[in-house]
Design a protein around this ligand. Structure first.
Ligand code: NAI
Ligand code: MG
Length: 712
């Protein structure tokens, strides 16, 4: 003990209690878990539509089977019918509003009670996660903890500065979650939507309705009104699609495949929200995540971190390592060590501590992954699968023996392979920039790992990588709420980051104008006003040319943009976690009136981004000071394919906004967000023009934990 080292529960200070883990090396704990598993097997778990008012049903419940052993029925599920979905929407719209009107502190108290209930139910929830989702013990501990952390993080944010007078919810919000984190992502989405005051319609993944149903029961028990949280288990193409297409729905939170995210974007583009503006979609999708290992890295540590990053949870994490990039000089040595380590891994039922790798979620997933491995082999790539497989286990569950596959270039991979498959690529020392270009060229931007002892290399990679989460000298999975805010860019997601300070604000219809400074203060920073150089130029030009309103806007935006902000987040000793804001690549500015376009330019320059202007603004461009013109690209046809802008600012009518949303949704490539406001509106949500990045560095990797050694 040391007075300067907080106990685990107090790690995040007085505002937010840390979730508790379990000691899996303790015999007593293991006996307790064995008991919980036994009890779980003896119970008949039920998933069904959980609506504001119980509805009678004559539907036949379908069995939910354990992916590790399909002879075991975990429970049964009744999927929602179109009538259930309609009922839920009626309740949400009619009776969901009082939740948003109760004081933020009351909502916070509710979420905190739910966190405590989840903590009490940890063994029971873990047993369900192991049996329904094929999680290992350790992964199940981490998942329950993450769910608890989300609830407390959102509660802390409510207490820190939410006010119903200035913060208004969207209305009914749909949460669509995946099976790979059936409790953590499910709870994370639901808790955020509830915290912001919205009525939630939650659709869990087909494969994992039982743990979601249990989470909803606990949230109800904690005091969340039934009309504010309803569960609609069922298929994405039916239940999910019906929900997203419904005009009453005012926002969608989605985690899953890039393909489905696009479908949702197209559906939402067909209509406007109750405020006549585009319906917000927060999509968190996949990645083609790489780790770069240079010759200065410690091979033993690389191998341990690679095993965790690529094969934990059988590789079924969106953050998981897919492409290991080894510098030529050390590739053979590390590969040999990695093969040896992999050969020691054991495949099998995840609740047995001796097993390292559990099943994949279902036979469809297994077939996909095996098809990929076979195709790579057929194309002449070297494939290693050193883990012996138990034929009996394979016959009963969905197991994939882990694979290492050598590739020469990243573009040999056509899409994300969501399983225990690690591709290995060699690169030349002088080819680092080309490698970074290859990684960026995948179009994804979720996680990136770096193993090196050279600070300049870290800086070079950090500076060039377009990814949401960067990890140095550590594994690259298991982001912690509030410590490594999680989420990607471009094809990997729309932002804001889950477990980060901006998330709740995206779930509001009306938010304060100073969202970015508020978020940074919440993250522990004291945001300073940093006027970007080009913004100053614009302000001076506005003053000199008699445009006081524009000059005022420049001053206001400078105060609210938090240009270049970075903050070190509180975390465990031995790790440095930095959260920073960066401008989006380019902002397409669409406005019919000159003052609106200049206002858009001010917002763009305030965050440090670049502007893309349509041809009709050419005359205005020539009147600007030459230095300002360098930040603006004039394009003859913004709808042309390869144009690089990742957000659109629009001043105009709702009808224009809708047409624009349809056009944007039809474009190939990443989701482009549209921020549309009425003509003459001087308020622009600057948070829409930035991306958030999280950097996590294992500071103990190079020569010990200096911060411990220097503790006063
Ligand atoms: P998916 O994207 O189809 O499913 C995710 C959720 O979306 C589920 O709740 C599903 O029911 C729902 N959904 C599916 N189609 C829908 C539609 N048309 N409208 C509304 N909701 C819909 O993902 P799936 O099929 O489970 O896995 C396919 C691939 O997606 C994986 O191989 C992996 O590459 C990726 N994936 C990524 C995840 C991540 O954490 N980023 C999680 C799960 C899958
Ligand atoms: Mg699917």
């Amino acid at each position: 003990p040391h007075p300067a080292l907080p106990m685990p529960a107090a790690l995040y200070g007085a505002q937010r209690r840390n979730s508790a883990g379990l000691d899996l090396a303790s015999e007593a704990t293991l006996a307790m878990l064995a008991q919980a598993l036994q009890e779980s097997r003896g119970r008949s778990w039920q998933g069904a539509p959980l609506l504001a008012i119980d509805a009678a049903t004559d539907a036949v419940p379908q069995p939910v089977l354990n992916p590790a052993d399909r002879r075991e029925t975990v429970g049964t599920v009744i999927e929602a019918t179109t009538i259930d979905v309609e009922q839920a929407l009626v309740h949400a719209q009619r009776d969901g509003t009082p939740w948003g009107q109760c004081a933020p502190s009351e909502r916070a108290a509710c979420l905190e009670r739910a966190a405590d209930l989840l903590q009490q139910a940890q063994p029971e929830l873990m047993a369900l996660l192991m049996r329904e989702a094929g999680k290992s013990c350790a992964a199940a501990v981490a998942e329950v903890r993450e769910a608890i952390d989300f609830l407390r993080y959102d509660a802390a944010q409510l207490r820190a500065g939410f006010d119903n007078a200035t913060h208004a919810p969207l209305g009914p919000v749909v949460c669509i979650s995946p099976w790979n984190f059936p409790l953590a992502i499910f709870t994370g989405q639901v808790a955020a939507a509830l915290a912001a005051g919205n009525a939630v319609l939650a659709k869990p993944a087909e494969q994992t309705p039982l743990v979601a149903a249990q989470a909803v029961r606990l949230l109800w028990q904690a005091g969340v009104p039934r009309a504010a949280l309803q569960l609609l288990p069922g298929r994405g193409e039916t239940v999910g699609a019906q929900l997203v297409a419904d005009a009453r729905v005012q926002g969608v939170l989605f985690t899953g495949s890039t393909e489905v995210a696009r479908v949702l974007q197209r559906t939402l583009a067909q209509r406007l929200g109750a405020d006549g503006r585009p319906v917000p979609l927060i999509a968190e999708t996949g990645g083609q995540n790489a780790m770069i290992v240079d010759a200065s890295a410690l091979p033993e540590q690389v191998v341990a971190d690679v095993l965790t990053s690529a094969f934990d949870s059988a590789g079924q994490r969106c953050s998981a390592l897919r492409v290991l990039c080894l510098q030529d000089e050390v590739a053979d040595a590390i590969l040999a060590m990695l093969q040896g380590a992999l050969a020691q891994q054991q495949l099998g039922r995840p609740e047995r501590l001796c097993n390292d790798i559990g099943p994949v979620i279902d036979e469809e997933a297994r077939a996909h992954i095996e098809t990929h491995i076979a195709a790579m082999q057929a194309h002449g790539h070297r494939v290693w699968r050193p883990v012996p497989v138990d034929r009996d286990a394979i016959a009963r569950g969905s197991y994939v023996a882990p694979a290492l596959i050598e590739i020469e270039r990243i573009d040999q991979l056509l899409r994300e392979v969501f399983g225990p498959v690690l591709h290995v690529l060699r690169y030349r020392r002088d080819g680092l920039d080309a490698l970074l270009a290859q990684i960026n060229a995948t179009g994804y931007g979720l996680t990136l790992g770096v193993h090196t002892r050279i600070d300049e290399t870290v800086a070079r990679i950090t500076g060039a990588a377009h990814v949401g989460n960067l990890y140095v000298n550590r594994n690259m999975v298991g982001a912690v709420v509030g410590v490594q805010p999680f989420g990607g860019e471009r094809l990997s997601g729309t932002g804001p980051k889950a477990g980060g300070p901006l998330y709740l604000y995206r779930l509001l219809r009306r938010a304060p104008v100073d969202v970015l400074p508020r978020a940074l203060r919440l993250a522990g920073a004291t945001p300073a006003v940093q006027e970007a150089p080009l913004l100053r130029l614009l302000r001076e030009w506005a003053q000199a040319s008699g445009q006081p309103a524009l000059a005022d806007a420049c001053t206001r935006f400078a105060a609210h943009a938090c240009h270049g902000a970075a903050v070190v987040l509180t975390s465990v000793t031995g790790e440095r976690n930095e959260y920073s804001l960066h401008p989006r690549a380019a902002v397409l500015a669409l406005a019919a009136q000159e003052p609106d376009r200049l206002l858009q330019l001010a917002a763009t320059l305030a965050v440090g981004s670049r502007a893309v202007w349509p041809q009709e603004a050419a005359a205005l461009l020539t009147r600007l000071p030459p230095a300002l013109r360098t930040a603006i690209t004039l394009v003859p046809d913004w709808q042309g394919a390869g144009l690089p802008f990742d957000v659109v600012l629009h001043h105009g009518t709702p009808e224009e906004a809708r047409a624009l949303a349809v056009q944007l949704a039809a474009r190939p490539g990443p989701t482009v967000t549209l921020h549309s406001v009425p003509v003459g509106c001087a308020v622009i949500a600057l948070e829409r023009l930035v991306v958030e990045r999280a950097l996590s560095v294992n500071t103990a990797a190079a020569g010990g934990n200096a911060s411990l050694m220097t503790l006063a």
